[in-house]
Design a protein around this ligand. Structure first.
Ligand code: PEP
Ligand code: MG
Length: 594
């Protein structure tokens, strides 16, 4: 076959960190450890148990060593990932299972380990939540490390630190320990066979703005060391062995993207204010503390939505009051942001944690989730609320209650908050008595009673993801009805309008924290509807700010009037798009995806 036949081979994966990287491959071949399986005699059982415990100790020592010698300052901030692996390694429940299997089955350590890990992995696989699924991969990394210790007595990972020159790391998977050992100055991109958006590698890549594509299925089988590859982190594409022309084309794209990013980062620091002086806060949605670097860099005024369920999903046991407190205190003390809105547990629906008993439901999106669960499991709720209250003395925290459908829920939740305050007073523990309590407006019924709710709470936050799901009766994770997901549907716009009017009539603020807030196409509509805050994925902030700064509030109000007279989402969308192409031709050109 000719040389050309091998050029420009394209591989599709999941783009998890934006940007373009062009460079030489460094193939990280960790290789799976092949294990032997055999039965053992009764007198050999304790020796096998010792082999296991010894390997656990060696693996822990090595992780400690990796943590101490992280080469890069930026990377050091992510060392908590190593701690999570150390905790998994020493998990008593897990170790007990392996030891019991060695003893009961009379088999060697490697085999027992494989049986137990597979059992755990099967449970992780069954979970629908992507974040939890990824934690199964963490277990796999820990398992492979343990096996290498048992079989070889030492880790073979020092090669990573010896990489010369700037490279694109290609691996089957990168463990957090691998990622953390990398010298970032030598890493221009990541490509892996497996992994998803919420794997640690993806999170770290995004936080450090290194282009990355994961889940390519077989990149490791398709490239050789030193071969040139291109990563397009936005399109989720990898090009192996690009021709000179393709390389040139991507270099130009890279230059344009870098210029755009520099531009954006400049805008990120500017005020979010329209040309005629209308101010609107631009906040960030976060799921993990690790995202705070990006939140600061991309110019968020504060955290408009902290989805705290990830605190529950990322561990095996329930977080304690102190766990909550430490996390929230870090946010409260962050002087780079002006406020943090902590949404109380919104578990159930499509997300659940193993420690929380939620009955199997046919229709979990409408089941015992979020505030309904918290009001039922008061101790669970109180641990989080007490953690928030205790941390509230260190900075401006706000409490946001999810899935409110009626006044009774608000009263019950507020009574629990009062109970926590009483307890803290009795224990002589300080808290901010004036902490603001708001509700999510995401159930259609709530939009019909915003005039009443506004008298009971300090702020509203509209969750358009659920509001659209419930009002238009379309499952937000069902691709077959995704075409019906229309933020400009007249019903949705009327609900937002009413919510804002009722909030303002009662002198409280209202924010939007659903995906709609981060889509630049909808910015003129949300400005015209007089929202006080738009909270979004941090990466969307500079673009949204740029649009805000290029519009006038009066113009937006007129546009909203016109849009509200349209009778379908399609017509409204056409009008808005046409206007945005006229006003921002560079950003809304034909192929531009807002
Ligand atoms: C929403 O429903 O719009 C929202 C912001 O919450 P979540 O996406 O976490 O349900
Ligand atoms: Mg929601």
């Amino acid at each position: 076959m000719s040389q050309e036949a091998f050029a420009n081979r394209m591989l599709k994966g999941v783009g998890v960190s934006s940007g373009i990287a062009i460079g030489k491959v460094y193939l990280l071949e960790r290789g799976k450890v092949h294990i032997t399986k055999h039965s053992i005699k009764p007198e050999q059982v304790e020796r096998e148990v010792l082999r296991l415990l010894n390997a656990v100790k060696l693996a822990t020592d090595e992780l400690n060593h990796i943590k101490q010698s992280i080469p890069d300052d930026e990377m050091r901030k992510h060392a908590f990932i190593i701690d999570a692996h150390m905790l998994m390694l020493q998990d008593q429940f897990f170790l007990r299972e392996v030891i019991d299997t060695i003893r009961k089955e009379a088999i060697n350590t490697e085999w027992a380990l494989e049986i137990v890990v597979n059992k755990f992995l099967v449970s992780f696989e069954k979970v629908e939540d992507l974040y939890l699924k990824e934690r199964g991969r963490d277990l796999e990394h820990v398992y492979q490390r343990l096996l290498r210790m048992i079989v070889k007595g030492k880790e073979s990972g020092t090669e990573i630190r010896n990489i010369r020159g700037k490279v694109i790391i290609v691996a089957h998977d990168l463990s957090p320990a691998d990622t953390i050992q990398l010298n970032l100055k030598k890493t221009s991109g990541f490509i892996t066979d497996v992994g998803g958006r919420t794997s640690h590698t993806s999170i770290v890549a995004r936080a450090l703005e290194i282009p990355a594509v994961v889940g390519t299925a077989n990149i490791t089988g398709m490239v050789r060391n030193n071969e040139t590859v291109i990563i397009d982190g936005d399109a989720g594409v990898v090009i192996i062995g690009p021709t000179k022309d393709v390389e040139k084309e991507y270099m130009a794209k890279q230059l344009a993207l870098n210029a755009q990013r520099r531009d954006f980062l400049r805008v990120a620091k500017l005020k979010s204010e329209t040309k005629d002086g209308f101010k609107i806060k631009v906040g960030a949605n976060i799921e993990l503390l690790a995202e705070m670097d990006i939140v600061e860099r991309y110019g968020a005024a504060g955290v408009g939505l902290y989805r705290t369920e990830y605190i529950y999903l990322s561990r095996k046991t329930l977080p304690t009051e102190m766990d909550h407190y430490h996390i929230y205190r870090k946010l409260a003390e962050n002087s780079a942001i002006k406020y943090t809105t902590i949404r109380t547990l919104d578990i159930g629906g499509d997300k659940f944690a193993s420690e929380i008993e939620v009955p199997k439901e046919i229709n979990p999106a409408m089941g015992l989730r979020a505030i309904r669960l918290c009001i039922k499991e008061v101790d669970l709720f109180k641990a989080q609320l007490r953690g928030i209250l205790k941390a509230s003395v260190y900075g401006p925290l706000r409490i946001l209650l999810p899935m409110i459908s009626g006044m009774e829920e608000v009263r019950k939740a507020k009574a629990v908050i009062e109970e926590c305050k009483e307890e803290l007073r009795a224990e002589k523990i300080d808290f901010n008595d004036g902490i603001k309590v708001g509700v999510m407006i995401e159930v259609p019924a709530a939009t019909m009673i915003t005039d009443i709710l506004a008298k009971e709470v300090d702020f509203f936050s509209i969750g358009t993801n659920d509001l659209i799901q419930y009002s238009l009766a379309i499952d937000r994770i069902n691709e077959f009805v995704a075409y019906l997901y229309e933020p400009l549907h007249p019903a949705v716009l009327r609900m937002i309008k009413k919510t804002v009017e009722d909030a303002h009539a009662n002198k409280i603020e209202v924010s939007i924290c659903g995906e709609m807030a981060g889509e630049s196409l909808y910015v003129p509509i949300l400005l015209g509807l007089d929202l006080d805050e738009l909270s979004m994925n941090a990466y969307a902030i500079p673009r949204v700010k740029k649009i805000i700064r290029g519009l006038s509030h009066n113009y937006c109000k007129d546009l909203v009037k016109e849009v509200l007279e349209k009778d379908s989402a399609k017509e409204s969308e056409n009008l808005v798009r046409q206007e945005m192409v006229r006003l921002f031709p560079d950003d809304f050109a034909k192929n531009f995806k807002p």
